[in-house]
Design a protein around this ligand. Sequence first.
Ligand code: BES
Ligand code: MN
Ligand code: ZN
Length: 511
Amino acid sequence: MTTVSVSDRAAHDLKADALVLGTVAGERSAALAAGHGLPSDAERHLSAQLAALHATGKAEEVLTVAAVPGVAASRVVLTGLGSAADGAGAGVGDEVLRRAAGAAVRSLKNAAKVVVALPAEDVAAVAAVAEGAALGAYRYAGVRGPGKDTKGKTAKGKAADEGVSAVTVVTGQAKDKAVKAAATRAAVLADAKAYARDLVNTPPNLLFPQSFADSVKERSSAGKAKVTVKVLDEKALEKGGFGGIVGVGQGSVRPPRIVTLTWAPAKATHSVALVGKGITFDSGGLCIKPPASMLSMKSDMAGAAAVAATVFAAAELGLPVAVTGYLCLAENMPSGSAQRPGDVVTMRNGTTVEVIDTDAEGRMVLGDGICLAAESAPDAIVDIATLTGAQMVALGARVAGIMANDDTFRDRVRAAADTAGEAAWPMPLPEDLRPQLESSVADLSHKGERWGGMLTAGLFLGEFVTEGTPWAHVDIAGPSFNEGSPWGYTPKGGTGFGVGTLLSLVEGYAG
Ligand code: BES
Ligand code: MN
Ligand code: ZN
């Protein structure tokens, strides 16, 4: 875990492996962003370097200068904040700061201690800098397999680079209680996102329903705050009438699980249920995917990872809100025992569903998970899932879709996403698409036509919510997994998307 602290000492006096400063787009070349507090010789040196390097100060531009006179840190990392139009200058936007801090820290090699001095004027901005820096420090921790540890990349004789272990954010308000709390929260959030990223990045031969459950149990016993973990195994699922997840999991030799994680502080007056899709590998089942589409399908459990990470984070922060996470874990595989198109299964709430396409498995496991969540009558239910390719067609790889049975609640989730710097956009659940879910042999068909595939999936899930409970569905098929190059604080692979949104949402029930 990367530690995060705040300091009101002069940035150039702090001993570190690197000092991160901001640059803004200037007239000829980039200029140092305001508020660095450097002595004039250091400032002159860096300004000359910026000119010589033809720096632009644009977002994602990261330049490193070694041995700057008057600076105690051995390196200065200059990270672009863009122009005033991008939110730099008078009051840089929080997400601009988060990304710039992340890009700078992500660029570092062989640096353990980093000081970050970006123009952050209020608590939210300091929080953003701290979060971005801590998130940029992420390295895939290697993988924990069943009974064995596997290293992702072997060291091959290279000296190990342990990564950034400590971030210090420079701010004039370092003694302010709220600023200190923001630093703590940033460390907890980054650690939670790192956990979600690790789970997503773990190869699917090593992460399967039971090993996912084991990982959650292990994290709960390692943590200081009390999260209760319960595991429903395949027998319990069958007995409990969870026909959706049992059907999806029946083709795999690694049986399904529903894991519940509960943080229930005595002082809580509100309760939130979070339901995550946890397909540890989605081959498509008998409706098998082509190889290229299958390659990234180890990430089909990113919703469950975000839910687990959020419950732990809420507990670590001691939030006065009851939070229960439901992880719907299954492996979708083709085999002699696999589910068939045409099968009819009975879901937890008694609804019968005709299976049309075994690759539309996510809604089947989530339907059961939503039923279970609804049984405890929480104040609200949010499910989060890598549910449809249609989400990516509609919104691309970086923006999640939010659907809900209640516009006010949908806006509330959207606002939480905004606060967290996670891009999300409201999507409708049009009543006129509902007839597509009618079946001649069961209560429901689980799949509609191709057009509006994200929306019919959402409509299907809505069938399992009890009347009157606010519910939102967040489709993160795109933003949960970065197949391209790293950017800002987002690494390649698992992104941890959703943890920030869900944590902000839960925090909103605290006050
Ligand atoms: N896990 C996929 C959705 C997905 C696709 C996530 C790409 C991330 C990236 C889901 O289970 C799926 O296969 N959906 C099908 C649904 C269809 C069969 C109705 C799809 O989107 O094609
Ligand atoms: Mn699928
Ligand atoms: Zn899937």
